[in-house]
Design a protein around this ligand. Structure first.
Ligand SMILES: [Zn+2]
Length: 107
């Protein structure tokens, strides 16, 4: 493994490398023409899959504000199908919200 200089194809030297979480950045320099290059590699530690941090909980799509707006819109006569489309939800999810079977803590 090695980097070739994009300018003169000479094998480049690693001048510096730095590791973060699961990525390694390497700075290369061409000994021939002085061209610099930086690469960023993802390394998988022990082949273990890491969960991405802050992955969204399915329910996190909605906010309390959304829920109030959705119920409000329903009271104004907006159809369930329209609400489902507008909020990207299943019809049954919309019904649960309107019938207060979910998000019961939202007034
Ligand atoms: Zn070069």
């Amino acid at each position: 493994m090695g980097m070739s200089c994009p300018a003169c194809t000479t094998r480049m030297c690693v001048v510096h490398s730095q590791s973060f979480d699961n990525t390694t950045q390497r700075w290369y320099r061409c000994p021939e023409c002085g061209e610099g290059l930086r690469t960023c590699e993802t390394i998988h530690l022990g082949g273990a899959k890491r969960n991405p941090r802050g992955s969204a909980h399915p329910n996190a799509v909605l906010t309390e504000e959304n829920v109030r707006a959705l119920r409000d819109a329903h009271e104004r006569g907006v159809s369930l199908n329209q609400l489902a489309t507008e909020y990207g939800l299943n019809r049954s999810t919309v019904i649960d919200i309107i019938k207060r079977r979910s998000w019961t803590h939202v007034a």
